[in-house]
Design a protein around this ligand. Structure first.
Ligand SMILES: [Fe+2]
Ligand SMILES: [Fe+2]
Length: 284
């Protein structure tokens, strides 16, 4: 029984919406056997929604997209998948510049910015990866005005009981020692507008580290790399989330070599108009 199951049993007002948040799978740079083990564990958790916040592939090769597509097809429940910077061709400039998302559309989905919903949640995906950047580091991403208006429009139309989840690849919060990676471009403009529109939770990746942070009443959660050997000093992981409009719990599940086990969890509760406050944070 996971930490989330324990809390659900203790507190019947906890929500029933269960989200598995994966990121940075990097097919093409995967630890052998881990994808199969992760899939098995996800099925056992019976999530309502599986989110993948970008970097499905290592080098945007067709064979990597095929493997990613097979993984997504095998997931239970609804899924919401957005691209990351690694899903753009790194060396084939004609492909990158002229038809950057053709493979994504061929293998993964015609949609780069999917929206999913059910009784308890609204999930809004945005593509923050860019084929060109004014910054020297082309791995950086940004949000543009069209995307901001799109997310605002959808969030404002959500029903009162739906927790509003925004999914991007690039980060809306970075710890001090990771600041050099750069927040998603136009972060400063987007943040207050997303909060005012009713976004409760932002799910991202890119850094290959797992953490959740409260920023002015809105929660930002990052998933580490689910199955790739491209690790940054932290085990492969995913986030197991229980979410409702009034309460959100985020549990980091780290791979211990045999299975993904509870590593750390945080509980947030809504407090009036100001959004969420953090109630507990503890390591397993
Ligand atoms: Fe990545
Ligand atoms: Fe990335």
């Amino acid at each position: 029984m996971t930490e989330t199951d324990n809390l659900l049993a203790q507190n019947p007002i906890l929500p029933t919406t269960r989200i598995v948040h994966l990121s940075d799978l990097h097919f093409g740079a995967v630890t052998p056997g881990l994808a199969e083990r992760l899939l098995e564990q996800i099925h056992s958790l019976e999530p309502n929604l599986v989110v993948i916040s970008g970097d499905l592939t290592q080098r945007a090769r067709s064979r990597e997209f095929r493997e990613a597509a097979a993984f997504i097809k095998a997931l239970p429940g609804q899924s919401l998948v957005v691209p990351g910077n690694h899903d753009l061709a790194a060396f084939d400039l004609p492909e990158r510049l002229l038809y950057p998302w053709q493979k994504w559309r061929n293998f993964i989905s015609p949609e780069l910015e999917p929206t999913v919903e059910a009784d308890g949640y609204l999930g809004i995906g945005l593509n923050t990866a860019r084929r060109l950047s004014a910054h020297l580091d082309w791995s950086r991403g940004r949000i543009n005005l069209r995307q901001l208006l799109h997310a605002e429009h959808l969030a404002k139309q959500s029903r009162p009981e739906q927790v509003c989840v925004l999914v991007t690849h690039h980060p809306f919060f970075l710890m001090d020692h990771m600041k050099h990676r750069g927040l998603v471009g136009r972060f400063g403009i987007a943040w207050p507008r997303l909060k005012a529109a009713g976004i409760d939770l932002i799910l991202s990746g890119h850094i290959h580290l797992a953490y959740a942070h409260l920023c002015q009443g809105m929660i930002v959660a990052h998933a580490g790399s689910g199955i790739s050997h491209r690790l940054k000093g932290e085990a492969n992981s995913f986030n197991l989330i229980s979410a409702s409009k009034e309460q959100i719990q985020i549990e980091q599940m780290h791979d211990d070599g045999k299975q993904y086990v509870s590593h750390h969890h945080q509980l947030f509760k809504r407090q009036g108009e100001d959004g969420f406050v953090e109630i507990t944070a503890s390591a397993a």
